[in-house]
Write a protein that binds this ligand. Structure first.
Ligand SMILES: Nc1ncnc2c1ncn2[C@@H]1O[C@H](COP(=O)(O)OP(=O)(O)OP(=O)(O)O)[C@@H](O)[C@H]1O
Ligand code: SF4
Ligand SMILES: [Mg+2]
Length: 345
């Protein structure tokens, strides 16, 4: 069902390819410098995201997924140097002074993280936390904000919202707390919601419910969503587009069904290789690929995946460009798999 749904959604939103992108990231780079050592956490990332679309960013731990989105919101420490471009609704975010960026953060662009227990204030009733978030971003009085908070708790399908409004975070389950976090994020009516491993700590059933909720909100509110996940099944089930990251770079990017059916890049193949086709649709965490993820402070010459790649040749000592080799399908590799190889793998 999952990949079918991605295909359907892709078809149903194909007209939206005419819509202007909400977010346009070009050659985004983030470098951390400490005592003369440079770590290139994000290295030339480019993508576009349109309203009403969900983009999944997947990759091993340390591949730069979180840093890439945090850099858009000015949520990195001062040791980070960000360059390139990230235009949100035509406005450049890279280099924007923090004071100005704060107007976007939590407002037009909202984020939901993995651990709602840590993001919520334990000493404040959840309803008041949502009310405050609403009032921080709009000029409504307390009574109207409270009404809206209850509406939001209903929108995120929290049972008995009026009662939950008066409860403290510890009185709620993990799934309920994540719904509250989403309600807080929605309080500002964001146009882009970034979910960074937002369902990772939840059990599979709750995870699916939260993802269904995000999908529903994305469609109903025409919101753009970036889903950051270790879970390939989640990406396949819900996102319309997928970017696979390795060593701070996008190494393969395509519409979900295309990517999962016509894998080109050996790294993506390795990610999928250990997973039987049917299970690709279930919730499947990234398998462990032999070898170590690269040290971002001392990358090998050429293709960063080279030391772990079974297809590597001499040519791979030169870095392959990330380019659109087939319509809508981008990859960075000198020796991409063909459909025949994929079928016999
Ligand atoms: N504040 C920092 N100072 C120095 N290096 C950092 C900092 N934050 C992140 N990094 C480095 O940037 C790289 C990318 O980190 P990032 O958190 O984006 O990875 P990720 O893909 O989100 O991984 P995970 O799946 O584990 O969340 C890592 O190598 C990390 O060590
Ligand atoms: S460019 Fe070479 S080393 Fe890199 S993924 Fe492709 S085959 Fe492997
Ligand atoms: Mg992360």
């Amino acid at each position: 069902m999952s990949i079918d749904r991605a295909t359907r959604t892709q078809e149903s939103t194909s007209e939206s390819s005419e819509t202007a992108p909400l977010l346009e990231v070009s050659d985004l780079r983030v470098r951390f410098s400490r005592r003369g050592r440079h770590v290139h956490a994000v290295n030339g990332l480019s993508y576009r995201l349109r309203p009403g679309r969900m983009l999944a960013i997947v990759g091993e731990s340390g591949s730069g997924k979180s840093v890439s989105v945090r850099s858009l919101m000015g949520l990195l420490p001062p040791t980070a140097q960000v360059s390139g471009s990230a235009r949100f609704d035509g406005v450049e975010l890279v280099g924007m002074p923090d004071k100005q960026l704060r107007r976007y953060r939590g407002a037009d662009i909202a984020m939901v993280f993995q651990d709602p227990a840590r993001s919520l204030n334990p000493t404040m009733r959840v309803g008041n936390q949502i009310t405050e978030a609403i009032r921080a971003h709009s000029d409504v009085d307390r009574a109207r904000a409270r009404e809206r908070a209850v509406e939001l708790l209903r929108l995120v399908r929290l049972a008995a919202p009026e009662q939950r409004f008066h409860e403290y975070p510890h009185q709620l389950s993990g799934g309920m707390r994540q719904r509250v976090m989403i309600a807080i994020a929605l309080g500002a009516e964001p146009r882009l919601l970034i979910a960074d491993e937002a369902t990772t700590s939840l059990d599979v059933t709750t995870q699916a419910q939260i993802m269904e909720l995000l999908l529903d909100l994305q469609e109903r509110l025409n919101m753009a969503v970036i889903l950051i996940s270790h879970d390939l099944g989640l990406a396949a089930s819900y996102a319309q587009d997928v970017i696979v990251m390795y060593a701070g770079r996008a190494v393969e990017r395509a519409a979900t069904a295309d990517l999962f059916e016509h894998v080109r890049m050996p790294y993506t193949r390795a990610l999928l290789g250990a997973i039987p086709v049917l299970e690709r649709q279930a919730h499947t965490l990234l398998p462990v690929i032999p070898g170590q993820p690269p040290d971002l402070g001392a990358l090998p010459q050429g293709c960063p995946f080279r030391p772990r790649c079974s297809e590597a040749t001499e040519r791979c000592s030169e870095e392959p460009p990330f380019a659109e080799h087939e319509p809508g399908h981008w990859w960075a590799c000198w020796h991409p798999a063909t459909d025949q190889e994929e079928a016999s793998a």
